[in-house]
Design a protein around this ligand. Structure first.
Ligand code: FAD
Length: 311
């Protein structure tokens, strides 16, 4: 039912945002202004990225802590595993669970350039899912209220290291069988890339929710950087339009948010159960995309009432 196609569905849509741990005092101030703006929209959770090989372990955990202590937001902690040993990764999973985190996005991360992995190290996201489930089992007495929710990455366009989109879906199915509860997609630029993924995945037996990851397409520099990092080719028509808008910031903003909202609308029409917005730690463009959408959201208490309930 979750992905049943519909163009007029009024079922509530889950909403989440991605944040990354700040690298400086100034970046932290911007991030916290963003967090306060996003909090007012009452998302279901906010995700916190994690550097490859745990490069930002401390700042990631610090951000998770502050979200838990100082906001009404529920963190989904990203965790990368490639090259880490089971002992190291169990320790981080336990650190997260000790902090009250009950949602982890299990990722591989980037493999080391020389491709060398230490003996016994984890190789794939699937290995991390299985490790998290083992840690959870050892601590099962604590989870009377429900298990840890595990999210994974899914790819509307072929993962750069994968031989085919079919292989990507087989990997997604393997991640589901190992215990993944939901998936968030990589950035994509054409609506049919999301609906194509859903179609391939459902046909292969993937039943978990597939949440489209939507990037506010308001910065050409950011789009090009992301394309280089992720191997996803940007839409050349969009790139030309953004380039033609040049220094006209308002026009760039209009073109970019309109394009992102169109992707989100098409995904919802294809039955997407939620939206995950890549914020790049800035709220304005993400909230402009949302404002264009008029999402059906569940009726919830005001921010003040939510704060009172948690104090
Ligand atoms: P996997 O699912 O392990 O797949 C990696 C590659 O291995 C694929 O080509 C796959 O086909 C292949 N593969 C997987 N399992 C098998 C198997 N059993 N047998 C054969 N081949 C297999 N990166 C970060 O460093 N930090 C982050 O916080 C972060 N957040 C992200 C959030 C989202 C929503 C997404 C989509 C990506 C994120 N990434 C992040 C990037 C991610 O780490 C990369 O895309 C990475 O290259 C693959 O990660 P994965 O979890 O999909 O890996």
């Amino acid at each position: 039912l979750i992905d049943a196609p519909s163009t007029v569905s009024t079922a509530p849509v889950a909403l989440s945002y991605e944040l990354f741990p700040p690298r400086s005092e100034a970046a932290s101030a911007t991030l916290w202004a963003t967090i306060r703006e996003l909090e007012a929209t009452d998302p279901d959770y906010v995700s916190v990225t994690y550097g490859a090989s745990g490069s930002n372990h401390d700042t990631a955990l610090e951000l998770v802590d502050r979200l838990q202590l100082e906001t009404t937001l529920r963190p989904l902690a990203h965790l990368t595993c490639v090259g880490g040993t089971p002992e190291e990764l169990s320790r981080v999973v336990n650190e997260l669970l000790d902090r009250g985190v009950r949602g982890i996005l299990a990722l591989r991360g980037d493999t080391p350039r020389d491709g060398h992995l230490p003996a016994g190290a984890l190789r794939y996201a699937q290995d991390l899912i299985e490790l998290i489930r083992r840690v959870e089992l050892r601590r099962s007495a604590q989870f009377a209220a429900g298990k840890v929710a595990i999210g994974v990455a899914a790819y509307p366009t072929r993962h750069p290291e994968s031989p085919s989109e079919v292989h990507d879906v087989e990997v997604l199915l393997a991640k589901q069988r190992s215990g993944a509860d939901f998936a968030i997609t990589q950035v994509y630029f054409h609506p049919e890339q999301y609906s194509g993924l859903v179609h391939r995945a459902r046909r292969a037996g993937v039943t978990i929710p597939l949440i489209p990851g939507i990037m506010p397409l308001t910065s050409l520099r950011r789009i090009e950087k992301l394309a280089a990092l992720s191997g996803v080719s940007p839409d050349p028509v969009l790139v030309d339009r953004l380039r033609a808008a040049g220094d006209d910031d308002a026009e760039v903003r209009r073109i970019g948010t309109e394009a992102s909202a169109a992707l989100a609308e098409a995904a919802l029409a294809a039955g997407a159960p939620g939206l995950h917005l890549y914020t790049f730690n800035e709220h304005a463009a993400a909230l402009e995309v949302l404002a264009r959408l008029d999402l059906p959201r569940p009726a919830r208490p005001s921010l003040a009432a939510r704060r009172r309930a948690l104090s």
